[in-house]
Design a protein around this ligand. Sequence first.
Ligand code: NAP
Length: 449
Amino acid sequence: MPLQKRLLDAPMVAPLKVGLAGLGTVGASVVRLIDQQRQELALRAGRPIEIVAVSARSRGKDRGIDTKKFRWVADPAKLAADPEIDAFVELIGGEGNPARASVTAALNAGKPVVTANKALLARHGIELATLAERHRVALNFEASAGGAIPIVKTLREGLAGNAITRIYGILNGTCNYMLTRMERERLSFDDCLKEAQRLGYAEADPSFDIEGQDTAQKLSILASLAFGTRVDPAAVYVEGITSITTADLEAADALGYRIKLLGVAVRTDKGIEQRVHPTMVPKDSAIAQVMDVTNAVTIDAAGIAPITLVGPGAGGAATASAVVADIADIARGMRQAPFGRPSAKLVVSHKAPMQRHEGGYYIRLMAVDKPGSAATIAKRLAQHNISMESIVQRHSGPPAGGTIKGQGPVPVILITYATTEDAVRKALAAVQRDKAISGRPQLIRIEKN
Ligand SMILES: NC(=O)c1ccc[n+]([C@@H]2O[C@H](COP(=O)([O-])OP(=O)(O)OC[C@H]3O[C@@H](n4cnc5c(N)ncnc54)[C@H](OP(=O)(O)O)[C@@H]3O)[C@@H](O)[C@H]2O)c1
C-alpha cells in the first residue's frame, strides 16, 4: 500500500487538532494553506493537521474562507485552553491582551503554541519561553522575523554547531521598498512614502516601520537565537530612514554602495552590539541586491563563508508559510528550547554604546563658501585620526584640502577608513563650531561584507 494511503487511512495516526486565534491577513492564509496542502502536510508531518476551532473579533465578517466548518470560540484565551485542541496558533498580534493572555493560557494548559507575533515576543519572549520550558511544550515563532525566510530554524537548528559572529539583514519590507524606489526613480522620501501608502506597502501611520522599531523587534529575536542574549528591543540602538535623501542615494551609487536599513547584531570584544540604522553596503554584496519588499539575512559564522537567506518578508501567504511549517514541527512532536537554549541561560545584553562603534563612515556635509573651510574640515578630521578613503565634491571646486569658493555651500562627501564613531562625532562637532559647514552633517555607517 502506498505510504500516502497508509498514513491517511491509518486509524492510529490521530490528527493534530489546532485552535486558531486571528483570522486576518495571516490567519485566513493559514486556513487556505492547510487546506491546499492537506495531503502533502500529512505526509511530511506524519499525521494530518486539522483546524478544529477558531476565534476572531467579529464572527460574521467575510474573510474569503469558509469558517463555518470550524467551531467558533469568542474568547481567544478560552480557545487556547480548550481541551479539544492539541496546539494553539496565535495570529491576533500586539504585545498585550488578548494575544499575551491566550498564549499564556495555552502554555499553562500544556499546549504547544505557534505565533507570528514579534511584538509579543520582543516584549514578553523570555517570560513565555520560560513558561513553555516549564510545561515542556513548543513555542514556535518562525513567522515573527523575515516572513517566509526560515531564519529562526536556521539559527536555532541549522547552525546549532557554529560560532556565529554577526548577523545582519533587511527585516522591514516597507523601508526597503522606499529606499529602492528612491534610488531607482530619484523620488523624494515624502513622495515615496505616499506611494508606498497608496500601494499598501506602508501603514497610514508608518512611524513604527520607518523609524526602525519594527526592525529592532525582529533583530532582538534573531540576536537572542544567534548569541544567547535575552530578547530586549531596548538593547538595540535604533535610527530610522527618515533622514535619507536622494542626494545620499546618488552619492552612495557613485561611490559603489547602496543604502539599506539594516538590523545588525555582532559579537565584539565588549559584548553583543545590536543596532538598526541606514547602512551603506557595497554594491557587490548579496544584501545590496535585495530590492523592493524582499527581506534578507546574512549570517557570518566562524570557519564558513557567509550564508544569505533571501525571501518574502511579509504578506499573508509568506507569513502563513512559516506558521504552517511551525505547526508541522509540532505535529512531528518536535520541541526545542524556544530561543535555542534554556531561557535561564540567556544573558542580558546592554544597549550598544555607539560612540565605541568601529567602522567606516559616509559623511555628507555642506562646506561653506569661505576661504579655508575645506582645509578646516580636513584638519579636524586629521586631529581625530580619521583617514579618508575617498572625497567627492558634488559641484566643481577644489578638493576638501583646499579652499572652496563659489555661490554657496558646497556638498562634500567623505568616506572614511575604519574609525570610531566617537572620533567622527567629535571631529564633526569641531567643524560645526568652526563654522566651516552649514546645517547638520549626514552620517551613515558602512557595513563591509
Ligand atoms: N501581515 C503580515 O504581513 C505579517 C507578517 C509577519 C508577521 N505578522 C504578524 O502576524 C500577526 C497577525 O497579523 P495580521 O496581519 O494577520 O493581522 P490582522 O489582519 O489585523 O488580523 C488580526 C486578527 O486578529 C483578530 N483580533 C483582533 N483583536 C482581537 C480580539 N480582541 N479578540 C479576538 N480576535 C481579535 C482580528 O479579528 P477580526 O478579523 O474579526 O477583526 C483579525 O482576525 C501579527 O502578530 C503580525 O505582527 C503579520
